[in-house]
Design a protein around this ligand. Sequence first.
Ligand code: ADP
Ligand code: MG
Length: 472
Amino acid sequence: MFDNGNTAAAAAAESSAVSTLKLRFEQVKSLLQKEFGETVYRSWILPIEATGLSNGALELSVPTRFIRDWVKSHYADRIRSIWRQHFGAASRIDIVVAAKKPAAPEGREPVQHTIAPYERPSVANENAAAVENLSSPLDPRYTFQNYITGPSNELACAAAKRVADGEGAPNPLFLQGGVGLGKTHLMHATAQAIRARQPNRKVVYLSAEKFMYQFVRALRTKETMSFKEHFRNVDVLMIDDVQFICGKESTQEEFFHTFNALIDQGKQIVVSADQSPAEMDGIGERLRSRLGMGLVATINPTTYELRLAILQSKCQLLNRALPQDVLEFLASKISASVRELEGALNRLLAHADLAGRIITVESATDLLQDLLRANDRRVTVEDIQRKVAEHYNIRLSDMHSPRRARPVARPRQVAMYLSKQLTEHSLPEIGRKFGGRDHTTIIHGVRKIEELCAADQALKDDIETLKRAICG
Ligand code: ADP
Ligand code: MG
């Protein structure tokens, strides 16, 4: 016993280090789950395991290369910063692909990351009902009746209603619009109208992420054929937020074939994205042109009148009332997204309940400070970076990264330019917020955009749109 006491102690220490590591990483995972939601969690976070921590490098393992690439490009930065925040610096995140483990021995929990195939082996008895089960749940409040239209969204709404009616609808219908402007609402409304009026028409509504996840599963289990088969009974396929597939060539390729097959079979397709096909970076030309072949219906930023009408309608739906001047105040101050507008309204109503007092413009100003500030002139560099990254569909982390490829560098320069214009920060301060760049780099970026704007009307318009989105 004494002979190998040291080794035993060492082994015990090591195993306790490993379990501490695992425990800690479970905490990270649950934070990521809260932050990114259930779908992302199950698709990308759950399969990750922490396998080592040495010299500050955190080693993670995932079951496939695909998941590795995805986690690396989408979540690694976040993992690292959460780790840093809670457990000290991690100099690096290394993600390795673990060789497939043999089946778990009896009595032990199966390896968590083995993802069950999306369907049972008995493909034969699949039926239309099973297909509809592919669909994500629909929000019963998202109906056409509850969707208020104005000049900014009436085309999109009319096109969606066409799809719901099933006659002469554009195919594919591509709904394009910024965050919180009602894309998902319109898609749910379309799906629900079909289910209510034409129950025989099978509708599947999925986020692109979920669609892709199922697809990847099918790829891994070599069931792509039956995956496509699965959609055979679908009459209307709706995919929300397709920008999600940008930059994933192999998945896109399969997407493309699936789309083509479905359209060739006369199926209706509706997709949404925060950019038009033409603006989407990182999608293949063929997919781009196929996506744009039907109708690209843009949902533009709301007008004051539409925002006011939406607020009035929401009050009516909730059977509540707020003074007219408060509604007007909200409509004029909170303009970036309808989601935010709704949030503001709900907050005021909740407060009215609690305080048992009528809301005034003064109390609203007080209660909504944070939202108002975000919609105000006092813009932060972070706001700008977020909006610009969203607009150009690059990662927020690209604002800080050293990457100099044009698709990343140009948007970054736009963000520098807007930071100089819209905030009070000095050039060195701005430089620090862009991954510690020198102030001369910021000057260069600002000048570059000024030069380009002089010659490039499209860029100029882009920047105006961004400014409006940022300042509200
Ligand atoms: P997106 O998918 O474009 O990000 P959503 O469809 O999720 O936006 O809309 C955000 C919120 O705003 C939802 O609660 C939705 O009901 C509401 N909303 C957006 N546009 C309208 C509209 N025109 N009329 C009524 N509600 C709307
Ligand atoms: Mg949406």
